[in-house]
Design a protein around this ligand. Structure first.
Ligand code: DPM
Length: 364
């Protein structure tokens, strides 16, 4: 008898997946970062399921094609995900690996995030032009131009470093570094440290931005695995990738953003920590120039023990996440924390700040 059978129906369903009677196709975007991220998830799955047959399918998405327009201007939230979801829907692929920060807080019906892997460093990093090696943002000359298309980064950094100017820069990581190094348009650019690390470019980081300088984006640094809601085998299979702390922090952060009705087109930033069973969430909203802002912190109790079995509440979703094995009460508490914090900021006028930011950004 296989050891799976002891765990009942749910696991015997996933028997097919684990014991190589089914080929599992993993969808990814074609960029080097996306392929690296997908490769790391495939390796983690192979470690857990040495007999599984995993195949990577690489695709180009709209977001990869529109390289000249700022992300915040394109409007379409599912820019990097739509083509991959279509493939998922048609059973051409069985799971898709994303940077969780690129996944909208509301997924189209039929899809869910079945796993969130242990978070990489979530902070933003400064990469300087070769002429500025060794410098941090405060050391750069008056009116130096910093490249970023993130409204969130620009708003916070304008506030903190008023001597600097900010200009859009687009393209994948390779393109951005090239634009920085080979021209004299930018003195420095700001990118997610996680992406740089995954690409093996950590040595280009001249400064990691602390939360006082720049708080990170919702889910930054975490990888999410999107699956079909109605594919219990795959859902069960990928659930081994879930990292409890990352799942709870990302649920709280995504819930905060969802309640604020935010996306890429408004400056929203977060910071979260779990310490001795307390989940702390700091969230902020900014005007585009950073002059106006609201920021607050709230906390809730959570349990970070993983559970082998979570049958009773097996497939409950929280902000698009179906995290088997992670204590359900804690997921619900994390989701409530994000909503409560958003409501607190809304009661102080967050809506006005975001509405103005959205209008200004649309008319840029
Ligand atoms: C989103 C933003 C950016 C990406 C907006 C933000 C940055 C856009 C820019 C939602 N997605 O962060 O305020 O700088 O023009 C993206 C990156 C990663 C995932 C690259 C990056 C890698 C890091 C990760 C683009 N999406 O932010 O430098 O896994 O979180």
């Amino acid at each position: 008898m296989s050891e799976d059978t002891a765990n009942g129906v749910r696991n015997s369903a996933s028997h097919n997946v684990k014991e190589n009677s089914r080929i599992i196709r993993v969808g990814t975007r074609k960029s080097q970062l996306a392929q690296t991220q997908t490769g790391s998830v495939v390796n983690m799955l192979k470690e857990q399921y040495p007999h599984a047959q995993l195949e990577v399918v690489a695709m180009t998405t709209t977001g990869d094609k529109i390289l000249d327009t700022a992300l915040s201007k394109i409007g379409e939230k599912s820019l990097f995900t739509k083509e991959l979801e279509t493939a998922l829907e048609k059973n051409e692929v069985d799971l898709v690996v994303h940077s969780l920060k690129d996944l909208p807080t509301t997924l189209p019906p039929g899809f869910t995030v079945g796993a969130i892997c242990k978070r990489e460093i979530p902070y933003d990093a400064v990469v300087v032009h070769p002429n500025n090696v060794g410098k941090t943002l405060d050391m750069l000359a008056e009116r130096s131009v910093i490249g970023t298309s993130s409204l969130r980064r620009a708003a916070q950094l304008k506030r903190r470093f008023p001597h600097l100017e900010f200009k859009d820069i687009r393209g994948n990581l390779n393109t951005r570094l090239k634009k920085l190094d080979e021209k004299d348009d930018y003195s420095a650019i700001v990118l997610a440290a996680a992406g740089l690390r995954r690409m093996g470019w950590e040595n280009r980081i001249s400064q990691i931005l602390e939360p006082e300088d720049c708080m990170y984006a919702v889910s930054q640094g975490a990888l999410g695995v999107e699956v079909r809601v109605n594919d219990p085998d795959i859902l069960e299979m990928v659930s081994v990738l879930n990292d409890t702390e990352t799942v709870l922090r990302c649920i709280a952060e995504r819930s905060f953003m969802k309640q604020l009705e935010g996306g890429c087109s408004v400056p929203i930033a977060v910071h979260s920590v779990i310490n001795e069973n307390q989940l702390y969430l700091t969230g902020a909203v900014y005007s585009l120039d950073g002059s106006d802002s609201l920021k607050d912190t709230m906390q809730t109790s959570v349990s970070t023990q993983t559970q082998d079995e979570d049958c009773s509440v097996a497939d409950v979703q929280h902000v698009g996440i179906t995290a088997k094995r992670i204590p359900h009460n804690s997921q619900a508490a994390a989701e409530k924390l994000g909503m409560d914090l958003a409501n607190l900021l809304l009661s102080k006028g967050a809506k006005d700040i975001l509405t103005v930011a959205r209008q200004l950004n649309d008319s840029r």
